[in-house]
Design a protein around this ligand. Structure first.
Ligand code: NAD
Length: 438
């Protein structure tokens, strides 16, 4: 592991720019404001609630994460961002119908004050939406307009530190092409108004050009395009992605390692979802669903390693479905049928029915990523932040390695990175201290 660079002191105020201010973004912002007013707890946030063990088990050193690493305080977060529907965040909360009206009424002045800037949009990439607040111009002009927005946001609020999180609608599935291969090709494609540059890439580009760490909460191709990774490396800025790991995939990355650890076979895994929010409507479009399907499907193969265990996992049938069902709104139902087998091949079944709330699960992830990406920048980290794989359905990695999907390995990795950053010993769980001391 490289020498550790301790992070510089946390900023008193941190700007959080949200690309897309729909259900997830508005629930996140309202939640932070509510927590600051003492009207709710940031449940689900590792940065706010978790502890981290340091040294030996006998040392009794177990500070809170937020007391161990220098993170921007909740009370110092300043919010801004873009959407294609205009309005303000009070209206966004009303549209999303995630939070109770009583709560958003208590937060009305703060939420009304946050007005999304017009988005950089192309209806070919998100087919179900017809926005009203959209930037005009070529790809280059839209990228420059986004950069100007970032500078203006910083100037208006007197900020030096900012991060950007992509919470916009999922775009159609695209493979990286020639325009995304190198930074030079990307710059040329911007100038040529090449339509293969997707809006999500414009935001990632603008963030990096302005020195703003960027994370992609959606399955869209953005900072994971080789050209933008090259840019992140060149400007020395951290990036992360992609697709928040919230409901069904969170459970999958806990259950699958258990089957593998116990050498239990898996014959099939059928996952279906019903959801009725705008995200569900966008994902009802087959090309957008394909983006989501890619990030949801990758998990099992990497965890179970069928090539090493063909008898246990070689014939696994894995299917993922998402169905738009308006009556449910944001209260999704994720249903899994898992056909497993044990001793002598005898079959068994597991059924999981997760009646969850999409944005309630995603909001704490947005918070943690914003605070950790800012920390990473202050610790001199650049490029892909693999230690944040914990938060992603499809973690970005260096091309030479496979992503780590097992939630508890991801957590160990995350905490060891924090220990390393602060010059503490890594914890390997070898458990030798008892024997050494007795
Ligand atoms: N909620 C979860 O559990 C979860 C988990 C993983 C990923 N996600 C992803 O997070 C994203 C947001 O989810 P949501 O439930 O908030 O959806 P949403 O539809 O409520 O919000 C998305 C917002 O993005 C806006 N938008 C679309 N294109 C834009 C553009 N180019 N520029 C600016 N704004 C744009 C839309 O107008 C909309 O308001 C989706 O891509 C979703 O797949 C959500």
């Amino acid at each position: 592991m490289a020498e550790h660079t301790p992070p510089t002191a946390a900023p008193e105020r941190l700007g959080i720019l949200l690309q897309g201010m729909g259900a997830v973004a508005s629930t996140f912002v309202a939640g932070v404001i509510a927590a600051n007013k003492g009207l709710g707890e940031p449940v689900g946030s590792l940065t706010q609630l978790a502890h981290i063990r340091l040294g030996k088990r006998t040392d009794n050193r177990n500070p809170m994460v937020k007391d161990f690493v220098p993170l921007a305080p909740l009370s110092g977060l300043v919010f801004g961002g873009w959407d294609i529907f205009g309005g303000d965040l009070y209206e966004a909360c009303e549209t999303a119908k995630v939070l109770e009206k009583r709560l958003i009424d208590d937060l009305e002045p703060e939420l009304r004050a946050i007005k999304p800037m017009p988005g950089a949009f192309d209806p070919d990439y998100v087919k179900r939406l017809n926005g009203t607040a959209i930037k005009t111009g070529t790809r280059r002009e839209m990228a420059e307009a986004l950069r100007a927005d970032i500078r203006e946001f910083k100037a208006t609020h007197g900020l030096t530190d900012c991060v950007m999180i992509n919470c916009a609608s999922t775009e159609i599935y695209v493979e990286p092409g020639p325009a995304h291969a190198t930074l030079a090709a990307f710059e040329a494609a911007l100038d040529a108004d090449d339509k293969t540059i997707a809006p999500a890439m414009l935001y990632a580009y603008a963030a990096l050009m302005e020195g703003v760490p960027y994370a992609n909460g959606t399955p869209s191709l953005a900072a994971d395009a080789p050209a933008l990774l090259e840019l992140a490396d060149k400007v020395g800025i951290p990036v992360g992605g992609k697709d928040f790991k919230t409901g069904q995939t969170l459970l999958k990355t806990v259950l699958a390692p258990m089957f593998k650890a116990r050498m239990l076979g898996v014959a099939g895994w059928f996952s279906t979802n019903i959801l009725g929010n705008r995200d569900g409507e966008v994902l009802d479009e087959p090309e957008a669903f394909k983006s989501k399907e890619k990030t949801k499907l990758g998990v099992l193969d990497t965890i179970l390693q069928p090539e090493a265990h063909p008898g246990l996992y070689g014939n696994l049938y894995h299917k993922v479905r998402i169905n738009y069902y308006p009556p449910r709104g944001d209260s999704k139902e994720g249903w899994d049928n898992i056909d497993i087998f044990g001793w002598l091949g005898y079959p068994m079944q597991i059924k999981v029915d997760f009646l969850c709330r999409d944005s309630i699960l995603a909001a704490p992830i947005v918070l943690d990523l914003a605070l950790f990406l800012d920390l990473a920048r202050r610790a001199g980290r650049k490029g892909i932040q693999e230690w944040l794989s914990f938060y992603w359905k499809s973690p970005m990695t260096a091309p030479s390695v496979y992503p780590e999907h097992d939630l508890f390995i991801q957590l160990t990795k995350l905490k060891n990175n924090l220990r390393h950053m602060m010059g503490e010993d890594l914890i390997t769980h070898l458990g030798t201290e008892y024997y050494q001391e007795s």
